[in-house]
Design a protein. Structure first.
Lengths: 454, 493
């Protein structure tokens, strides 16, 4: 970690040099990170990876011509070469009618996003934690009368982001995060649990193991259910798989512009049940707050779906200007061609515990998580497919009865989210694929008539 | 500037010293990869560039084996101090694992086989270096293609992608392998809108196009601009087309979809690390466990092989990222599963040598088993012959969506376009087709595969596996093929 002063000084020097070399406006973004992951399978540590990287991204404007280039080599010559490359690209590209200005300076909210407990959590520390998990499985296996195995991954990240532009914008923020996922499996069933935190000290492996094991120790062979429409309880991990695709195909400006988003033509109209509210809030401390996006625009709240009604789309400066709108503060790193996407998304909580939701179901299925969800079947209807995995159970008369074989769902999520009957009060955090520093915060959902195609 | 990284050529001797240092520290095996990748990615929309970025990515990764346990660390900072710190970190990890592992008494002789040391310098063929072509000229195919105007078309998007990768591999066995590879890719997506309906047609393939090794000649070969009017017509046709009916049908898959079908249901299924449960946490396992060797997984005409040595395919290399020489491996012979894709470690656990199927996504990732180019052997005939020989069926072209279960058995694919076939002739287009099946049952119904004249090398640029997820390029040689009794569409009960 270089720290605020060194990064800001480096970026200010580089943007000054860009101006000297002919750029009308210049922006430099620094992302530095140390990440480490311990992977485990068959109750043994299998792989460890530690990575340190630092990248500088340049964006320059020559009037209305834009050039972008990046390098992870901090060698002076490579940085200069990269900067001049961005200027050269700008000179060779056609002027854009709509884009003429980088963001203006902001005053950011002070938020604590960095925890030394996470930054100092080494791979040997992770291995010690995992050893403890493996040890705890032994008595459970003896009780079960069959070996229970555990697999998963335990990762931590320490990152810092600095942004400087020639309009006087200066932003810096350090971050940490810790993520663990566990899959326990026996001959009868498998179970899953995960936890995502800014502070690694909050990771509760005992609780996670207990949650995963509860689904693994049912001493019954999984039964096969017929395809059809079932009442389902989707636990938070399953809801998050669906939410990721809703964001990808629907909530970003790119899909809205190209017409494939289910939000297009539906703004102000009801598209889901009124119990569903989906919003983005980079300042909410109950999530993974981030004071600004990757071009330094201050985070503001965005109501995406409010009481079931389509309300808002995520923009960065470029796509907002293209559409005659204002940025909503959702720029991703410049090389992401599909942005902007919201990366601090919440689904509003309800009033139920998952146990209470189970008690509401006469006949149905509890889904722990999905595998390989794909939302490109028909993006205007948000039609998706995916398989259940790691804990799918039949519910009868308000009680979990037995594990069932994994099943494929194929369903319009707009229709399914219009049949939501109950939402859990407890929500869980999950990492987002397009930003290392945000998180989705999601509850469990009870949905009637969810279609399992096979 | 307070950091003083070294230029790449000055850094290589430091890495050679690092190998000696690790030997002195008592490692049983170590390898280092130093990689530099220059890349350019472009997205254009309706004749304007939406995103164009140029990137230089450099770094090194060190992998060590100590008392039967692995450690891996990587950094983008090319300094002598950093090289030593990264080597120590990798060793520290391995020691920490060895302390708690059952393998702690093992030696590398038991865990991996050894290769003979080689010194090799390899440059993959590239006729036209894309990075020396003036930008305006380089971008012109997708700017022209996305500028084509049609009132009924909502948007045309275009993608271009170029990479030049220079990789140096050295290990404690004494190997020093240098490989330089160019890759190029492009694609066009036409989006037609009509009230509530949106239909998409892509060329030459969906998901940003086709990716091949080689230079700008790959983009010229695609002849993108000439093909756009046809896909505009097809996208508009789809807006008026009937929905694909659900039921059990004879299906002909276009070549690019056969490529993806191979990728998802065969390529991933034959990775030995999956079969050993090592990928369970994210990607899942496979139905093809070692006890299934010899199992029938396709009809007699289904022959599938891995070949990382095919010139110009996106997944090609001369040596893999463990320093094992690339070679052709038969995967399915006459419908029977006969070989896994293996690494040094996984192969050794079955008393075999690696078949050279290991790669990492760049310097920062640990090498794992990856598909290179997994290909279907051609049989005979043209696509027209397959259609003419079909009484009642559907031709499905260009993938739209993909999904498969954790064991690579239960799959579902959505397609951009279907063509109804009646009595040997295409009768009408069908929209929103999808098909599903169970891997071995599906491949057992394969009763026709086109010949060499239809065989084409396809390339995907974003196959994900591992944790942290590694996205890598994979090639698939395929032809159109015919399957009986395929479940088409979704029936709501």
């Amino acid at each position: 970690m270089l720290g605020r002063d060194r990064i800001v000084e480096l970026l200010k020097n580089l943007t000054r040099e860009a101006r000297k070399n002919g750029a009308g406006q210049a922006e430099a973004l620094y992302i530095g990170s140390h990440s480490s992951t311990a992977r485990f399978a068959n109750s043994a540590v299998m792989q460890n990876v530690r990575e340190s990287d630092r990248t500088v991204y340049f964006r320059v404007l020559l009037d209305k011509q834009v050039g972008m280039a990046s390098t992870n080599s901090l060698h002076r010559d490579d940085l200069r070469r990269c900067l001049n490359k961005a200027i050269a690209i700008a000179k060779q590209t056609r002027p854009l009618k709509f884009f003429d200005c980088l963001p203006e300076p902001y005053k950011y909210t002070e938020i604590k996003t960095h925890y030394s407990e996470t930054a100092n959590f080494t791979i040997p520390d992770k291995i010690k934690t995992l050893k403890d998990i493996f040890r705890k499985l032994v008595p459970a296996s003896l009780k079960q009368g069959a070996k229970i195995k555990v697999g998963g991954a335990f990762s931590t990240l320490e990152a810092e982001i600095g942004i400087v532009n020639s309009n006087g914008l200066t932003a810096y923020q350090p971050f940490t995060s810790a993520h663990i996922s566990l899959i326990t499996s026996s001959v009868f069933a498998s179970g899953f649990a995960s936890q995502f935190e800014r502070n690694a000290k909050n990771i509760d492996t005992e609780k996670l193991l207990s949650v995963a094991m509860e689904k693994t120790i049912l001493k019954q062979k999984a039964r096969k259910l017929k395809p059809g429409q079932y009442t389902v309880i989707l636990e938070p991990a399953a809801v998050n798989e669906i939410l990721e695709w809703l964001i990808y195909i629907g909530f970003g400006a790119g899909a809205f512009i190209d017409g494939t988003s289910f939000m297009r033509g539906n703004m102000g109209k009801r598209i889901m049940d009124k119990k569903i509210t989906i919003y983005d809030d980079g300042n909410d401390p109950s999530g993974f707050p981030v004071p600004f996006d990757f071009e330094g625009v201050k985070k503001l709240g965005l109501d995406i779906v409010k009481n079931g009604v389509a309300n808002g789309i995520a923009y960065d400066t470029f796509l907002a200007k293209k559409c005659g709108k204002k940025t909503t503060g959702h720029a991703l790193i410049p090389e992401d061609i599909e942005g902007a996407f919201p990366s601090n998304v919440f689904i509003k909580e309800g009033n139920y515990t998952v146990e209470e939701m189970v008690s509401l179901v006469e006949r149905g299925i509890l889904v722990t998580r999905f595998h390989y969800v794909n939302g490109l079947l028909d993006t205007r209807a948000a039609s998706m497919t995916g398989m259940t995995r790691d804990g799918t159970f039949y519910i009868e008369d308000g009680k979990i009865k037995y594990p069932v074989e994994d099943m494929r769902f194929t369903e319009s999520i707009l229709e399914a989210f219009s049949r939501v009957e109950a939402i859990s009060s407890e929500r869980q955090a999950f990492p987002v694929p397009w930003s290392d520093i945000g998180a989705n915060i999601v509850p469990a959902l009870l949905i009637r008539g969810f279609n399992f195609s096979d | 500037m307070t950091l003083s990284p070294l230029p790449k050529h000055t850094f290589i001797p430091i890495l050679q010293h690092t190998i000696s240092y690790l030997k002195k520290k008592g490692v049983e095996y170590a390898d280092i990869r130093l990689e530099e990748c220059i890349s350019e990615g472009v997205m254009a929309r309706d004749g304007e560039i939406d995103r164009l970025w140029d990137n230089l990515d450099t770094g090194f990764g060190i992998r060590v084996l100590y008392k039967g346990a692995w450690g891996f660390a990587a950094s983008s900072l090319l300094t002598e101090t950093e090289a030593r710190e990264i080597a120590d970190e990798a060793l520290l990890q391995a020691k920490a694992v060895a302390e708690i592992s059952h393998k702690s008494q093992a030696t590398s002789h038991k865990l991996i086989h050894r290769n003979h040391p080689v010194r090799v310098k390899y440059k993959a063929p590239c006729q036209i270096d894309p990075f020396i072509i003036p930008l305006e000229e380089r971008l012109s195919p997708i700017l022209k293609a996305t500028s084509i105007r049609n009132k009924k078309i909502h948007t045309i998007e275009g993608f271009l992608d170029f990479h030049k990768t220079h990789k140096i591999f050295l290990n404690t066995e004494g190997s020093f392998i240098e490989q330089e590879i160019f890759s190029s890719g492009a694609g066009i997506k036409v989006i037609a809108m009509n009230g509530k309906d949106v239909q998409i047609r892509s060329f030459p393939d969906s998901h940003n196009g086709i990716f091949r090794q080689g230079g700008y000649e790959r983009i010229i070969e695609m002849d993108i601009v000439q093909n756009v009017p046809r896909i505009i017509d097809e996208a508009l046709m789809l807006l008026k087309a009937d929905e694909c009916p659900a039921g059990e049908k004879t299906v002909i898959l276009g070549g690019s979809q056969v490529a993806l079908q191979i990728h998802e249901s065969i390529g991933h299924a034959v990775e030995l690390d999956r079969a050993m449960g090592m990928e369970i946490s994210l990607a899942g396992g496979t139905f093809l466990t070692p006890d299934k060797l010899g199992m029938r997984v396709g009809s007699d005409i289904v022959n599938i092989y891995a070949d990382p040595a095919i010139e110009g395919a996106i997944g090609s290399y001369l040596y893999d990222d463990e320093g094992t020489k690339a070679k052709r491996v038969e995967i399915i012979k006459n419908g029977r599963f006969i070989n896994f894709l293996t690494s040094k470690e996984t192969a050794k656990s079955f008393g075999k040598k690696s078949n050279g199927s290991v790669r990492a996504n760049g310097w920062s990732n640990i090498p794992i088993i990856r598909m290179s180019n997994i290909n279907l052997e051609p049989q005979e005939g043209r696509l027209n012959d397959l259609i003419a020989d079909t009484k009642d069926g559907i031709l499905l072209e260009t993938n739209k969506s993909w999904s498969i279960d954790t064991l690579r058995l239960n799959f579902q694919f959505g397609m951009e376009i279907g063509w109804e076939i009646k009595n040997g002739r295409i009768t009408r287009p069908l929209k929103n087709p999808l098909y599903s099946g169970i891997t071995p049952e599906f491949w057992k119904t394969c009763n026709a595969i086109c010949g060499k004249e239809e065989w084409q090398m396809y390339g995907l640029d974003s196959c994900g596996k591992g944790e942290p997820v590694q996205s890598i390029s994979v090639g698939h040689g395929a032809t159109p093929a015919k399957f009986r009794k395929v479940k088409v569409g979704v029936i709501k009960c």
